[in-house]
Design a binder for this molecule. Sequence first.
Ligand code: SAM
Ligand code: SF4
Length: 474
Amino acid sequence: MLDYVNDKIQDETRQGEAYAPFAGDPTVYKKRFYIESYGCQMNFADSEIVASILHKEGFGATRNVEEADLIFINTCSIREKAEQTVRKRLTEFRKLKEQKKGMLVGVLGCMAERLKAKFLEEEKLVDMVVGPDAYRTLPGLVEEAEGGQKAVNVLLSREETYADISPVRLDSNGITAFVSIMRGCNNMCSFCVVPFTRGRERSRDAESIISECRDLFEKGYKEVTLLGQNVDSYYFIDEQNDEAVTFARLLERVALISPLLRVRFSTSHPKDITDEVLFTMAKYENICKYIHLPVQSGSTRILQLMNRTYTREWYKAKVDRIRQVMPDCGISSDIIAGFCTEEEADHHDTLSIMEYSRYDFSYMFFYSERPGTLAQRRYEDDIDEDVKKRRLQEIVAMQNRLSQESNRRDLGKKFIVLIEGDSKKNAAEWKGRNSQNKVIVFPKETYNVGKGDYVEVEVVSCTQATLLGKIVNK
Ligand code: SAM
Ligand code: SF4
């Protein structure tokens, strides 16, 4: 995961990533599909569901777009820039389509949901428009499109969780995996398009989550990240075990699969994370001591306009509570600069809450008005772009300082690190993460360890983004 981004989307390293087929897959497929994903981790997880559905229908994946009969682009609407990136990519697909007769192009995900059939008018090359709750109908839609019709399904569902679909892992390192535990969002943060593009919140069957995690562990995975827009409001009535499963209970059940399986989760809404969750995290060593707790703004007045339902003081008290229960817990945040009516004083409140919370890293954005959101309907997007950008720069500078300070505090400390693979820059070094989600790079030396192993590493130096260490115990 990248430390911070300015107006870019979540994990920058993965934007536009193409689905990778299994190595040496011997199956002969009738057609090849190519799928490229943008946006948040939920979208990447969804592409794995789509891949699974298409595989069952006899379609094989390719990473080579020119070889594909079907091209899918799984889109993000969160900021205008994200949508522009997709539009640009579509123009590149146009050329390919002109060269290859019968090639079909489908738009999936949030942008498909937001624009619906309008997409077909705006982007003539698009053959299929499929919303995030309609992936089961993809095979039928492909058939329709093959018959020369434009195919659209953007129906949102109150039930769909794809619980029974076991996702085919996308570009996997074989060690860490994302597992969706819920879909949609019932919060109405005024800036956010997600409730409109991904529909009402629903929790996935707890048993299906546990069995997916167990299966991953049995296949050699060592870390699962439970995903949802607001994981702390997970709630499922497990009739089989006669139990109401809260997020804390789900965490515990996943943690109990094996002490060697690390458990992470994202995202926590500050209003919903409970003491029960904090105590469960503290109780199990294999639940990672890291919480992504987006603040969005440090000003109570702006938070109210954002409809975040907490105040500055409430948020600070939550940070205090986390540190009280788990003094070693890493905390990160999402921050928006230049929301409607934001004054310098509000902006300074944001800088000071960052300092108070001592974030290890943050995802930082400037406000981008999204059509149909509460903010777009109620407030004027009245902060000049250069002011938004200047404030964002100040926020980034603050975070750089905080990240550096946080890394310096780790010097001399020892951490258990899960090795994820070779370091990007040097094949003589391993790259892994500690429980707090910080990346640590360290020399392989002559130790007989590899991907998926846990090692104890002492931090010997650091950059702003990475800890550098040496193995002290394997
Ligand atoms: N559900 C999560 C939460 O509540 O924190 C994350 C949702 S969203 C996919 C990720 C982040 O994008 C948000 O936390 C917010 O900081 C940012 N974001 C959402 N809408 C935005 C907008 N209109 N302009 C700028 N940033 C936005
Ligand atoms: Fe958007 Fe707020 Fe829901 Fe997060 S909690 S997805 S920011 S509406």
